[in-house]
Design a protein around this ligand. Structure first.
Ligand code: PLP
Length: 457
C-alpha cells in the first residue's frame, strides 16, 4: 500500500487521540513505518530524529533486539495469565522485585496496571481507601495542580488540571481541587495567570516557587486538613510544558506537607526511569512519596504497562487492615509486558544509562540547549536531565505572544518538515529524547531546532 492509501483508510476509520479529526482530514497523517536508535522513518522515506522518544517513553531507543527476544520468549512460555485469585507468574514477580530494589527504601510493593491513566485511577481509589481504613473517611479531597496531566480516564482527567479536558465529557470526579503550577516563565516572571491573587508582576523565581507552595498550604487550610487525603504532582510537569520548578518549590512543598497528615503522590510516569538523571524524579528532588504512579519508560514503550509503587505506610495498612481491595485489571502485570519491562530495566542498569543522563549527556544537552536563548524567538531555554523546553516570545518585545498566534504549532510543523520531532504546548517547544541519544545526535537536534526557529521567524 502507498502513503495515500494509508491516509485514506486512516481518515475513513481511525479516531486518533488528541486530534482534530476534521483538520487531520485535510492534511492526512504522516505514516511512520519503522524506527531504530533515536530515528523514526516515515512512508515517504524520511528519517526523522525523535526528540520526544515517542510520547516521552522510548527511553532505551528503538530497535532493541533484546526486548524483542524477551517478548518472543515470554509469548512462547506463557502469553497470558493473571495474578488474581491466588496465582502469580515469574515475569510479574521478578519485575515487582526489581522495581522495589530500584525505588526509594521505603517503597516495597507495587500494584500493576496497563497504563499511566490506570495507575492514577488506582491511586485515587487507594488513597481514599487508605484513609477509610484509618478511620478517617472524610479525608477524600485530593489536591492536584492546574495544567497537570495525569491521564485520560475520568479519574486521570479529574486529577489533572487541564482546562480543555475538564470542559469535555464531564462531570468530573468530585472532591478534587487544583492549585497553581510552579511555572515561573509563564506566570511568575510576567505576572500572568495571577488575576485576583493580588500579586505584582515580575517576581523572582525562588520567591515564586515559595508562593506556589504557600498556595498549596492555603488550599489545605481552606478544605480542612481533616478532609484532605493527598497531594499529587509530577516532579517536572511534562505535558503541561516541561515545567521545571524553581529550586525553592519542592523543599517548600515538603515543609508544607510535613505540617499536615496528607499523603504525597508523585506521578513518575514521565520522570521515572532516568529522564531526570535518577531512577525516579522523586530521588532528584529528595521526595519520599507514599505512592508513585509509573508507566512509559518502565517498558521503554515497547509494550503497555504501568503500575503504582506503594510506600510502606500505605501498603501495610492495605495489607494488614484492608482485606480484599476490589480493584484490578485483566492486564495487571501482563506476563509479556512484564518480561519486556524487566529486560528494559536490566538494560538501563547494565548500560549505566540513568547515570549517563545525570553525569554526561544531560549536562551536555543543557549547555547546547541554553545557547538557544540567543535566538530572538526564544525567551527561555530550560532543561533538566533529558527533558527541555523553549519558550517562544515575540522578538519585537521579548514577551510571550499576547494570545497564541499558532507560532508553536508552526515551529513544531517546521521541525517535523526539517527532520526533528519536537512537541509544542501552546508556544512552548518541548524535547524529551531517548536516553541513548549521542552527543552528535544532540548536535543534530540543536541544529534542526535552530533551523526551525529561523524558519518560524
Ligand atoms: N501521568 C503523566 C505524568 C503522564 O505524562 C501521562 C501520559 O502522558 C499519564 C499519567 C497517563 O499515562 P497513559 O497515557 O499511559 O495512560
Amino acid at each position: 500500500m502507498h502513503t495515500r492509501d494509508y491516509q485514506a483508510l486512516d481518515r475513513a476509520h481511525y479516531l486518533h487521540p488528541f486530534t482534530d479529526f476534521k483538520a487531520l482530514g485535510e492534511e492526512g497523517s504522516r505514516i511512520i513505518e519503522h524506527a531504530e536508535g533515536v530515528y523514526i522513518h516515515d512512508s515517504e522515506g524520511n528519517r526523522i530524529l525523535d526528540g520526544m522518544a515517542g510520547l516521552w517513553c522510548v527511553n532505551l531507543g528503538y530497535g532493541r533486539e533484546e526486548l524483542v527476544a524477551a517478548a518472543t520468549e515470554q509469548m512462547r512460555q506463557l502469553p497470558y495469565y493473571n495474578s488474581f485469585f491466588k496465582t502469580a507468574h515469574p515475569p510479574a514477580v521478578k519485575l515487582a522485585e526489581t522495581l522495589c530494589r530500584l525505588a526509594p527504601a521505603h517503597v516495597n510493593h507495587v500494584f500493576f496496571t496497563g497504563s499511566g491513566s490506570e495507575a492514577n485511577d488506582t491511586v485515587l481509589r487507594m488513597v481514599r481507601r487508605y484513609w477509610a481504613l484509618k478511620g478517617q473517611p472524610d479525608k477524600q479531597w485530593v489536591i492536584g495542580r492546574k495544567n497537570a496531566y495525569h491521564g485520560s480516564t475520568v479519574a486521570g482527567v479529574s486529577l489533572g488540571g487541564m482546562a480543555p479536558m475538564h470542559a469535555q465529557g464531564g462531570p468530573l470526579v468530585p472532591k478534587i481541587a487544583h492549585v497553581r503550577q510552579p511555572y515561573w516563565f509563564g506566570e511568575g516572571r510576567s505576572g500572568e495567570g495571577r488575576s485576583g491573587e493580588g500579586r505584582t508582576a515580575g517576581q523572582d523565581p525562588e520567591a515564586f516557587g515559595r508562593e506556589c507552595a504557600a498556595a498549596l498550604e492555603a488550599k489545605i487550610q481552606e478544605l480542612g486538613e481533616e478532609n484532605v487525603a493527598a497531594f499529587i504532582a509530577e516532579p517536572v510537569q511534562g505535558a503541561g510544558g516541561a515545567i521545571i520548578p524553581p529550586e525553592s518549590y519542592w523543599p517548600a512543598v515538603k515543609a508544607v506537607l510535613a505540617k499536615y497528615d496528607i499523603l504525597l503522590v508523585v506521578d513518575e510516569v514521565i520522570c521515572g526511569f532516568g529522564r531526570l538523571g535518577e531512577w525516579f524524579g522523586s530521588v532528584h528532588y529528595g521526595l519520599e512519596p507514599d505512592l508513585m504512579p509509573i508507566a512509559k519508560g518502565l517498558s521503554s514503550g515497547y509494550l503497555p504497562i504501568g503500575g503504582v509503587l506503594v510506600g510502606d505506610r500505605v501498603a501495610e495498612t492495605l495489607i494488614e487492615e484492608g482485606g480484599e481491595f476490589f480493584h484490578g485489571f485483566t492486564y495487571s502485570g501482563h506476563p509479556v509486558c512484564a518480561a519486556v519491562a524487566q529486560r528494559n530495566l536490566e538494560l538501563l542498569e547494565a548500560e549505566g544509562l540513568v547515570d549517563r543522563v545525570r553525569d554526561e549527556i544531560g549536562p551536555y544537552l543543557a549547555s547546547r540547549w541554553k545557547a538557544l536563548e540567543a535566538h530572538p524567538l526564544v525567551g527561555e531555554a530550560r532543561s533538566l536531565g533529558l527533558i527541555g523546553a523553549l519558550e517562544l516570545v515575540d522578538p519585537a518585545t521579548g514577551e510571550r505572544f499576547a494570545e497564541s498566534r499558532g507560532v508553536g504549532t508552526l515551529c513544531r510543523d517546521l521541525c517535523f518538515a526539517g527532520g526533528l520531532v519536537m512537541r509544542s504546548v501552546g508556544d512552548t517547544m518541548i524535547i524529551s529524547p531517548p536516553l541513548v541519544i549521542s552527543r552528535d545526535e544532540i548536535d543534530e537536534l540543536i541544529d534542526k531546532a535552530r533551523a526551525a526557529l529561523d524558519a518560524t521567524l
